[in-house]
Design a protein around this ligand. Structure first.
Ligand code: ATP
Ligand code: MG
Length: 461
């Protein structure tokens, strides 16, 4: 499909190419396959309204790139010659957001279209004035022409415009050529562009992996040297970009690309430690793979689940160490969780909104090994049972938990009530459940210790 689309675009490109540098190469409707009905209703209507009012307006960026490649875009952004207040005045349901660079959110039913005014890219001198000592851009609020707006974007394939009224693709930066060659090429001087915004290094990894593109050598080359600049990026922005990467549908490929670029080390310990641990690394990788598969199947994914999986190696090894040092199991697990979260916070802070779910998933793990009495029934009723079971099952498949126990839980969930009792009896006969209970009896009998760790584990989540 992609080859067909590309050859269609490529085959006719020469005939329509405008003179180099004078302006954009414009591909008319017969030169590509993007029909206006592929554009979301909101983005299409926004462009139509803006054009009717005398402005130019295009769908821009990732959506045009993805449509040319035959992918379904995540969202449709609009770029226009109209200033934010002009956009705001045209659409009843709209609001201006942002301070440094204002954009307008235009609402169409459930859809929100992000509309930005063409923005200029700055000359070297002007840029220096606006940069901090690391070269990061501090102020950004200057409008420009459409051609300038193309230049200030990151990669050539991200600088394509699509006019949903005339069904034309406008290309100022040879984006179509690079798209056909499956190459990610930075616009302008790559080192300068990474200094302006170091997150572009992560975007290079994510987009090249997601699109199956090579990063052009000139674009890849400065990354090794400039990667320490990521340390100056605000944590929230870095986290947001990591989340995009993990939820891109190509998390495994993205992480692989990060490793090739040596971007996963030190700065991104979440990925670094998680995958290199010989015991829990396979589980972290399995969690990434499972996330990719779920996204491919259009199933919902939980960032907290994935983050919990990536940090599990650290939690588990600390937990085991504390237990080996004589600490009872449940308090040891609590300490291990806090240690892992604290250590992570010192590097790349995971927003606290994810904490509760992550902790719950971790705390429920030991309970899958406690299958005596009514405990499995109670665990089954836990509101987070399903996610915790998926977590346990993935661990089991990766050699981090007993497979037969995961299988038992699968049967237990699916069984009719009377069959469940049968399964519970089978556990007692096999003596398999005793993991938690034996220990508990031993502790109670042997040392007369209360409360029992198993019971505490049960109550704590
Ligand atoms: P996707 O939405 O698939 O993750 P995208 O390319 O659309 O990828 P967005 O973050 O939605 O990424 O950005 C939209 C567009 O804005 C990009 O295509 C690019 O043109 C521009 N852009 C985004 N981030 C940067 C950046 N850091 N530097 C320069 N241009 C950028
Ligand atoms: Mg986008």
């Amino acid at each position: 499909m992609i080859t067909k689309i590309i050859s269609k675009v490529f085959g006719r490109r020469k005939a329509t190419a405008s003179p180099a540098k004078a302006g954009p190469v414009i591909y008319g409707p017969s030169k590509h396959h993007i029909r206006k009905d592929l554009i979301s209703r909101g983005a299409r209507k926004t462009c139509e309204e803006l054009q009717r009012a005398g402005h130019t307006a295009f769908v821009v960026g990732g959506a045009v790139r993805d449509l040319l490649l035959g992918f379904q875009p995540k969202d449709f952004d609009v770029a226009t010659s109209a200033h934010p207040d002009q956009v705001r005045a045209l659409f009843r349901r709209s609001r201006i957001i942002g301070r440094r660079f204002q954009i307008v959110h235009v609402m169409w039913g459930a859809e929100t279209v992000e509309v930005s005014t063409y923005r200029a890219h700055f000359t070297k001198e002007a840029e220096e004035e606006r940069q901090d000592e690391h070269g990061r851009v501090l102020s950004d609020n200057v409008f420009g022409t459409q051609a300038e707006d193309a230049v200030r974007r990151d990669f050539t394939v991200n600088a394509l415009f699509y006019d949903p009224v005339k069904e034309e693709v406008w290309d100022y930066q040879h984006g179509v050529k690079d798209l056909i060659a499956k190459k990610l090429v930075m616009i302008g001087d790559p080192a300068t562009r990474y200094r302006e915004d170091p997150v572009r290094m992560l975007r290079a990894a994510r987009l090249s992996a997601k699109l199956g593109f090579d990063i052009e050598p000139r674009t890849a080359q400065p990354i090794r040297e400039l990667k320490p600049l990521l340390a100056h990026v605000p944590q929230a922005r870095l986290f947001e970009e990591i989340l995009k990467l993990l939820l891109s549908g190509s998390a495994v490929a993205c992480v692989q690309r990060l490793r090739e670029l040596d971007l996963h080390h030190g700065l991104l310990p979440l990925l670094d430690n998680a995958l290199e641990d010989p015991v829990t690394g396979p589980f972290a990788l399995a969690a990434l793979r499972a996330t990719d598969e779920r996204l491919r199947d259009d199933k919902p994914v939980s960032p907290a689940f994935l983050l919990a999986a990536l940090l599990w190696g650290r939690v588990e090894s600390r937990w085991k160490a504390l237990e080996a040092g004589g600490e009872p199991s449940t308090p040891a697990l609590h300490s291990a969780m806090h240690d892992a979260l604290d250590a992570q916070r010192g590097k790349l802070a995971i927003p606290r909104r994810f904490d509760a779910t992550m902790k719950e998933l971790w705390l429920l793990q030991p309970r899958f090994l406690q299958r005596g009495g009514q405990r499995p029934h109670r665990l089954l009723e836990h509101p987070r049972f399903r996610a915790a079971y998926d977590f346990f099952e993935l661990r089991a498949r990766s050699g981090d938990a007993p497979l037969d126990v995961a299988k038992w839980w699968e049967d237990f969930q699916e069984a009719a009530p009377h069959d469940r009792d049968e399964l519970l009896r089978a556990v007692v006969h096999d003596g398999q459940h005793e993991g938690g209970q034996k220990k508990r009896r031993r502790r109670r009998g042997g040392r007369g210790r209360k409360p029992a760790e198993g019971a505490a584990a049960e109550e704590s989540p």
